[in-house]
Design a protein around this ligand. Structure first.
Ligand code: GLY
Length: 350
């Protein structure tokens, strides 16, 4: 005997991303702002001028990727239960990628799902992490291995919050902007070559172009069954570099910059792009003082570390390789000898 459960339905998870000065928001429900002490110290008073709610709570989590873990999720949920949050309550993620990922994850599981809003305060989270509904936490097996695709109700991008960003953090965000242009938008790449993001309204324009590019990808492939994986360009190499350096030497965007240069060398080797195109990308990264080189100590160890990446399935490593500039190819059949040859170029040679 078989019983069918008919679940075919069209779910509209569409939402808007406002790139503008933050406007006043009034909520008729309970709201919790999840943030960290650094962001709260710098910007909470500004945010609170714009938010009113039936009941408003601030939940502060410790800053740092190492706190994106189950214990922090439990602490946040404990607070929500204590304050009797229910399915009509709202969470606001106010911070960078860690705050956004963990808030979104809590929103996805608290009482089987409540709404959340993203108000990202770093450039990296404004152009990438806050858009597209990737939420999650880390565990001892790796980064973001527990989580859900769970879309926010709205994303509010206000460049006011970037005024306190350190130069390195700004550049790390620019790396993700360049990533978006190289993989999907040649015109945007050309624009980036001629427009300094420190000047005038250029940053706002670049944020808009990067988000439009990402939104088009996410709209086609929300759950990363195909083309969305291309947004991980540079990340296969970057994750190994971050791991080898214990997440202390490079900001994520900096490791991605090095990873893009490595991916480009592989793409040149496979004749997917020219050496001149790879140089143009390197020059653009360097113009924002992003690192573009890394000294590999042992290429075999580096190679083996690829397989720890959760996106490597069945002993196949997934590489996102640019096809010229503005297009991309996803490959998982790259010969080990070719890879070792590329890694050898980054070896320390005495
Ligand atoms: N950061 C890559 C993605 O959202 O798919």
């Amino acid at each position: 005997m078989t019983v069918n459960i008919q679940l075919k339905q069209t779910i509209d998870n569409s939402y808007q991303i406002s790139i503008d000065k933050l406007k006043s928001q009034k909520f008729d429900s309970k709201v919790a702002i999840i943030t960290n002490p650094k962001v709260a110290g710098l910007h909470l008073s500004h945010l609170l001028k714009h938010i009113s709610a039936k009941e408003l709570y601030i939940i502060t989590i410790t800053d740092g990727e190492e706190f994106k873990k189950q214990e922090t999720v439990d602490m946040i949920m404990q607070n929500l239960f204590n304050h009797k949050f229910n399915r009509s309550s709202m969470l606001i993620a106010f911070g960078g990628g860690v705050v956004g990922d963990i808030t979104g994850f809590v929103a996805s599981i608290y009482q089987r799902g409540i709404e959340f809003i993203q108000i990202p305060t770093t450039l990296l989270s404004q152009v990438d992490a806050s858009v597209g509904g990737k939420t999650g936490i880390n565990n001892k097996f790796g980064k973001n291995l527990i989580g859900a695709f769970y879309q926010p109700k709205h994303v509010y991008i206000d460049t006011h919050f970037l005024s306190t960003l350190q130069k390195r953090e700004f550049s790390a965000g620019v790396a993700e902007i360049i990533k978006m242009a190289v993989t999907f938008n040649k015109e945007f790449f050309n624009w980036l070559q001629t427009h300094n993001l420190n000047d005038g309204d250029n940053l706002k324009t670049a944020i808009k172009k990067a988000i439009q590019t990402k939104a088009a990808v996410v709209s086609q492939d929300e759950k990363e069954k195909g083309i969305r994986a291309a947004l991980n360009y540079g990340h296969t190499f970057a994750h190994v570099i971050e791991n080898e350096t214990n997440y202390t030497q490079y900001l994520h965007g900096e490791a991605v910059a090095i990873g893009m240069v490595m991916a480009n060398e592989l793409a040149v080797k496979l004749s997917l792009m020219t050496a001149q195109e790879a140089d143009l990308i390197k020059i653009l990264l360097q113009s924002y003082d992003l690192p573009t080189s890394y000294k590999i100590k042992n290429i075999e160890t580096f190679y083996e570390a690829f397989f720890l990446d959760k996106k490597s399935t069945d002993k196949k490593i997934k590489f996102i390789l640019p096809k010229h500039i503005g297009d991309v190819e996803i490959k998982n059949d790259i010969n080990k000898a070719i890879l070792l040859d590329i890694l050898n170029g980054f070896m320390i040679h005495d």
